[in-house]
Design a protein around this ligand. Structure first.
Ligand code: SAM
Length: 306
């Protein structure tokens, strides 16, 4: 695929580069914010699974950049990911696994006794192509994000997370409804129709009486009986309202680039992309054997990868 064909095929990919966003995902959060006014006037936010950082850019753009230097001091935005990402002014970075309790502790420490007003999470596992497995792991990431929220989100706060609409989704809605008075599923136009991806937008956070913040993934595995609305007891599927973003641009359409089109490079290459390791290994292979003109690189690679 040529460099420009992706620009043609994916309008949000192209716009992201033109507007300075690190990933096209930025538009998903921007569209959620436009629809639900989530970020207006906020000063404390958590961005989980944040790399390469386009959602953090949106948070900084809306919560940090418009303020005076004095007011900026009061803004606390933390971005967490397994992978490293290039710095963003106004955003503190934490390289960590969101399913670990130590990560929740580090976030709590960052807020120094205060609580966050919003937790956003765009968490997705590396896709294996096995849809059931991928959805399951994605659901675990959502539960990890929700677990962190039980510790750190203030009463009345909001939660936005990617969700894969699949078999288990109804159970995830049930969990969300335990903690939020208002839960809906949002489909931005920046998310392809063909994709099972959508976003839950949960507002008006409220810890149930007597509930102690905990790791909900463990609660589910160790004590499934604690899940209100599990299939055995509740045959009716839990449903939440569905809201679609209506915009002019369509992520499933191919656009003509026009005569004056100028190709732009992506804003920020990943710092620690999974493919970097393999690239490094292949370049080492070439350097190592260049002198003796070994050309069976495939064989050499297999050895390296074994
Ligand atoms: N919202 C990001 C943006 O706009 O730039 C894109 C996020 S990308 C779709 C999903 C991210 O989830 C990846 O960067 C991946 O490293 C991260 N991730 C997956 N599992 C994770 C985990 N257990 N802890 C922290 N990050 C995780």
């Amino acid at each position: 695929m040529g460099r420009t064909s992706k620009d043609k095929r994916d309008i949000f990919y192209r716009l992201a580069k033109e507007q300075g966003w690190r990933a096209r995902s930025a538009f998903k959060l921007l569209q959620a914010d436009e629809t639900f006014q989530l970020l207006e006037g906020l000063t404390r936010a958590v961005d989980l699974c944040a790399a390469p950082g386009s959602w953090s850019q949106v948070l900084a753009k809306r919560m940090y950049e418009p303020l005076t230097p004095e007011d900026r001091e009061k803004v606390k935005i933390i971005a967490v990911d397994l992978q490293g990402m290039a710095p963003i002014e106004g955003v503190k970075q934490l390289r960590a696994d969101i399913s670990k309790e130590s990560t929740a502790e580090a976030i709590i420490e960052f807020f120094g006794g205060e609580k966050a007003q919003i937790v956003v999470s765009d968490g997705a596992p590396d896709s294996t192509g096995m849809h059931d497995f991928d959805s399951y792991v994605q659901g675990e990431l959502l539960l990890s994000a929700l677990s962190i929220s039980t510790f750190i989100l203030e009463e009345g706060g909001s939660f936005v997370s990617k969700i894969y609409r699949a078999d288990r989704t109804s159970r995830l809605y049930t969990q969300l409804k335990r903690f939020f008075k208002d839960v809906c599923v949002f489909k931005p136009s920046a998310s392809r129709n063909s994709s099972i991806e959508a976003f839950v937008v949960a507002r008006k956070f409220c810890l149930p009486d007597g509930f102690k913040p905990c790791n909900l993934t463990t609660e589910w595995h160790d004590h499934p009986e604690s899940w209100v609305g599990r299939k055995k007891e509740s045959p009716s599927v839990v449903q939440v309202p569905f809201v679609a973003y209506k915009g002019e641009l369509d992520s499933d359409r191919t656009y003509d680039l026009g005569e004056n089109y100028v190709y732009k490079e992506p804003v920020q290459q990943p710092l620690t992309a999974a493919y970097q390791d393999i690239l490094q290994k292949t370049s080492q292979v070439n350097i190592k054997y260049e002198g003796i003109r070994v050309i069976h690189d495939e064989e050499i690679l297999k050895d390296w990868l074994a």
